[in-house]
Design a protein around this ligand. Structure first.
Ligand code: HEM
Length: 125
């Protein structure tokens, strides 16, 4: 797959990933039972797999690795944090307050990842 197509797949899956997360966040806030349906839990995995695979593929194509690109290391660390915060917001958080804090932090984390991707700098501002 050429670089332009990979980037398009990557950007589209990033958009779908955050849209799906916001949707599930809204369902969580409304206490919707939809959130616990099996199909609701499986499609985000497909999107996140496309995001990860296209990202790794582009990094390999362009010769970026955590050793020569600190921004990529920052991006991967922030991605792990985003996944953990997402879990807390949608599943593990014991109280509504904890879930809301995790939800807002995950959204901030995602914004940081996009900022790092566009500027190729790990600095938050
Ligand atoms: C939530 C996770 C992620 C989001 C939101 C995200 C978002 C983005 C966006 C928006 C771009 C395009 C930046 C531009 O306009 O130039 C981009 C580029 C890129 N991403 Fe990701 N990304 C994520 C995860 C990853 C992962 C896991 C990897 C690799 C392991 C990765 C590797 C790359 C690379 C190498 C580019 C640069 C492509 C280029 O400049 O041609 N991304 N990412």
């Amino acid at each position: 797959m050429d670089q332009a197509t990979l980037k398009l797949v990557h950007q589209a899956s990033a958009l779908l990933s955050i849209s799906g997360f916001l949707l599930r966040g809204g369902l969580m806030l409304n206490g919707s039972a939809l959130l616990r349906q099996r199909w609701m839990r499986s499609w985000p995995h497909a999107i996140d797999t496309a995001l990860l695979v296209s990202g790794i593929w582009m990094a390999l194509n362009l010769g970026f690795n955590p050793g020569n690109s600190p921004w990529l290391t920052a991006k991967l660390a922030a991605l792990l944090l985003y996944i953990m915060l997402g879990f807390i917001a949608l599943r593990l958080g014991r109280t509504r307050r904890i879930r809301i804090i995790a939800l807002v932090s995950a959204i901030a984390c995602f914004a940081y990842i996009v900022k790092v991707a566009v500027t190729r700098s790990a600095l938050p501002f």
